[in-house]
Ligand binder design. Structure first.
Ligand SMILES: *[C@@H]1O[C@H](CO)[C@@H](O)[C@H](O)[C@H]1NC(C)=O
Ligand SMILES: CC(=O)N[C@H]1CO[C@H](CO)[C@@H](O)[C@@H]1O
Length: 413
């Protein structure tokens, strides 16, 4: 009964936005987008979606792992529509709002301005959905529905849920705002974050409940950007490896496990890793013991090659060659491929470019970091660096994940 009611209400919602009023590390006002348009407006949404093909939505992505540290898309929200550049994340999404704000990185005119009637109230079922499986933290049914997102490295954003119109799919993102700081989720220089998670209010779930696209999303990142899509039309026809995802509903992230690390195609004895996939993390993070073991393997291997360990401010572990490196292609022969092997010998290949970056100083650095140092505990996070050069598919419809190797050149525009 409650589920049925929730569904009806969800279809009436336009864009669900998290309007943050209180933050810890991120001080200021942010809002998150988690929804599409009402079902009754489907016919108007469809032709308006700039890059909508058949029953899929396609979005060009800009950004890179280094030096920018993030991937983003551009969306229009509100009426009249305003453009927002959104960081791509697996968790909830938000944009900076026009409200009293400490630490907002954008000028006021570029922020999202919610109207009074855009606020979602505690009594509305969508508020319960946002907090599911926990009850919403409400005192009164007529209070504004609040939310809090805790990122793994103790950055948290909290605020109120807002709904608004999300009229277009999008065009290319072209703004660059500078560099990311440290941690897996530093305050992004973008105007906000686009959430791709598995939770009820995720964009993918909403597009599918509105009948716009199947509950499938995919992304493909390279050093120039790439693309992102919702729906089944852009799944490669061949070369896909599929594996079931963990059914645990409490897990907001896509997780596969347990995994074993392969080095140069050989088992390493580093196994039973619990891994999650997180597009909001620039680098890959392994828990201390696993990190130490993998670091040893790579160091030992490198010690036999014409590279020397060196300090570089970009990342903790770096090597220099006899000449300055220009791209990761220059170091292909000095570093061995890693892979994660899941049940059934399903492998996710991590070639050197999926775990190394070449810095502005011409050194090559390890893009695998110590997760314990940033408070991730025993979880291993597969971040953007390791998701490059693959089309990664999250098939929520069939509870599976898949990938195929490709260069991720945008297919359109
Ligand atoms: C990872 O970080 C933890 C916490 O700072 C530290 O105790 C541990 O020694 C680090 N592990 C490695 C292999 O550097
Ligand atoms: C049929 C219907 O609900 N149409 C709505 C579509 O969206 C516009 C703008 O938000 C509304 O004004 C219409 O009533």
């Amino acid at each position: 009964m409650a589920v049925q009611k929730l569904k009806e209400r969800t279809l009436m919602i336009k864009v669900l936005i998290f309007h943050a009023v209180l933050c810890s590390s991120l001080h200021g006002c942010f809002a998150a987008i988690v929804n599409g348009q009402p079902l009754s407006n489907r016919s108007t949404l469809h032709p308006m979606a700039v890059n909508s093909f058949g029953s899929s939505v396609y979005l060009p992505v800009s950004g890179n792992v280094y030096p920018l540290g993030y991937y983003s898309v551009t969306v229009e929200i509100g009426n009249p529509p305003k453009q927002f550049q959104l960081d791509i994340d697996t968790d909830l999404a938000w944009v900076q709002c026009d409200a009293p704000c400490v630490g907002c990185t954008l000028p006021r005119y570029r922020r999202y301005k919610p109207a009074k009637n855009n606020y979602v109230l505690c009594r509305e079922p969508i508020c319960a959905a946002v907090h599911s499986p926990n009850p919403p933290p409400c005192k009164n049914p007529t209070d504004k529905c609040s939310f809090q997102v805790e990122y793994a490295d103790h950055v948290s954003v909290s605020g109120a849920v807002v709904s608004d119109i999300f009229p277009h799919a999008l065009s290319m993102a072209r703004c660059g705002y500078g560099l990311h700081g440290s941690g897996t989720h530093p305050p992004p220089p973008t105007t906000g974050v686009l959430g791709l998670g598995r939770s009820k209010p995720s964009i993918s779930t909403q597009l599918s409940s509105m009948g716009i696209a199947q509950n499938i999303l995919g992304h493909c990142f390279n050093d120039k950007g790439g693309y992102l899509f919702f729906g089944a039309d852009f799944i490669p026809k061949s070369g896909m490896t599929w594996t079931p995802v963990s059914q645990s509903s409490s897990d907001k992230h896509y997780s596969l496990g347990p995994a074993e690390v392969l080095f140069h195609g050989k088992p390493t004895g580093i196994k039973d890793l619990h891994v999650i996939f997180d597009t909001g993390s620039t680098y890959t993070y392994l828990s201390s013991g696993v990190y130490g073991s993998v670091l040893n393997l790579i160091r030992k291997d490198a010690s036999r090659k014409p590279v020397q360990e060196v300090k570089d401010k970009a990342l903790p572990i770096c090597w220099k060659g006899s000449r300055l490196f220009k791209s990761v292609q220059d170091v292909q022969n000095y570093f061995s491929p890693l892979a994660l092997s899941f049940a059934g010998n399903i492998q996710l290949q991590l070639s050197p470019e999926a775990y190394l970056v070449v810095t502005e100083q011409g050194n090559v650095c390890l893009g695998i970091l110590n997760g314990t140092e940033v408070g991730l505990g025993t979880v291993n996070v597969i971040g953007d660096i390791s998701l490059q050069s693959k089309v990664m598919i999250y098939d929520n419809k069939n509870q599976r994940m898949g990938w195929a190797y490709e260069d991720c050149t945008p297919k359109f525009g």
